[in-house]
Ligand binder design. Structure first.
Ligand code: GDP
Ligand code: MG
Length: 344
């Protein structure tokens, strides 16, 4: 049996469970999750190392999580849809993930239309089967989905309860071509720790705020210094209005403290190191509609910029903006996350 490998894009509407599936298959948290739509804003690669067993060949799956498919109404939304298309471009297999607890509607067709006519396999993943008591209810649903597209396989799973995942992994490996490992054994994502820290802070904003604030917020890590005993991280939470800023800071700074403490604890767990986290809040009117600001949020771009500033003589080895297969060796500070960097 040859070693198989390839890039597998996850496509689906907001809240279908794409990021939950990514984390479940990687076995660690590489993408943040929330019940609020549009939690994921960039494509994120998670690496799954599948060992050889029972005469079956091993392999490496690079699973690409994407923002939910929606009709964008801002620069941010358009950028998110560009991320979806870029993930689809270079992949070997697509997993279309649907929430079985929801009825089909025209927005599902809109998502399917993105598949285009490219000649590659597409699996339909029926997620959240834990919410369906009578499994026979799935059959008419599968029939409806099959009218939308000619799926190579239909696989029911629960990403949350980790049901059906072994079957899914096996089917994915079978569908991939013989190929090399794209990432080293212990690497779990291309997302560098520095940017995961920003995501973890944003997740705490999502958890602790409501209404329009989750959508109007973004986080940029301004400084990241790994000291011998302490990692200093400075980050800014951007919102759109002074009123939102007031809520994010809270009475006597309580809300910001709550967000900061929860985020710090999780970042410490991710890094396996003590962290000093300093948070700022800034109102940046209309940032979601500013193409320039939104482009600046792209972590692959930020990484390139930083390498350029640091005068790295090796930026050609990875050019994330043009290479859909991602950066394999993304810089030094807060470099890509490896499995053994995580404690507990
Ligand atoms: P995404 O927007 O597609 O990335 O969806 P997320 O992974 O962020 O999940 C959206 C919500 O659905 C979260 O509240 C998850 O806990 C929930 N969810 C994801 N998978 C399952 C599942 O298999 N069963 C149930 N019951 N909930 C799930
Ligand atoms: Mg997501």
């Amino acid at each position: 049996m040859p070693f198989r490998s390839g890039f597998v894009a996850i496509l689906g509407r907001p809240n279908a469970g794409k990021s939950t599936l990514l984390n479940a298959l990687v076995g660690e948290k590489v993408a943040i999750i929330s019940p609020k739509p549009q939690t994921t804003r960039n494509r994120i690669q998670g690496v799954i190392h599948v060992p050889k067993r029972n005469g079956k060949g091993g392999g490496q799956i690079v699973l690409v999580d994407t923002p939910g498919v929606h009709k964008p109404d801002s620069s941010l939304g358009r950028k998110m849809m560009v991320e979806v298309r870029e993930a689809l471009e270079g992949c070997d297999l697509v997993l279309v993930i649907m929430d079985v607890a929801r009825k089909l509607d025209p927005r599902d067709q809109f998502a399917i239309d993105l598949l285009g006519r490219a000649d590659r396999k597409v699996f339909l993943i029926l997620n959240k089967v834990d919410l369906i008591r009578e499994k026979s209810k799935l059959l008419p649903l599968i029939e409806q989905y099959r009218q939308l597209y000619e799926f190579a396989e239909v696989i029911p799973i629960s990403a949350l309860k980790r049901q059906g995942l072994d079957t899914l992994l096996e089917m994915i490996i079978k569908a991939l071509p013989a190929g090399p490992a794209y990432f080293p054994e212990d690497q779990i994502t291309d997302l560098p720790a520095r940017f995961m820290a920003a995501e973890i802070i944003r997740e705490q904003v999502l958890v602790n705020t409501s209404e329009e604030i989750p959508y109007a917020t973004t986080v940029i890590v301004d400084s990241y210094d790994e000291g011998e005993r302490l990692t200093h991280i400075g980050a800014t939470i951007y919102c759109e209005r002074d009123g939102q800023k007031g809520i994010l800071v809270g009475k006597g700074g309580l809300m910001l403290k709550k967000i900061g403490t929860a985020a710090r604890i999780e970042i410490e767990r991710m890094l396996g190191a003590k962290v000093f986290l300093e948070l700022f809040v800034k109102a940046e009117r209309g940032w979601r509609d500013s193409r320039q600001f939104v482009e600046q949020l792209d972590w692959r771009r930020q990484l390139e910029q930083r390498m350029f500033e640091q005068g790295s003589d090796n930026p050609g080895s990875d050019n994330p903006a043009s290479d859909n297969r991602g950066s394999k060796n993304p810089g030094s500070t807060g470099g890509a996350r490896h499995r053994h960097s995580i404690k507990g």
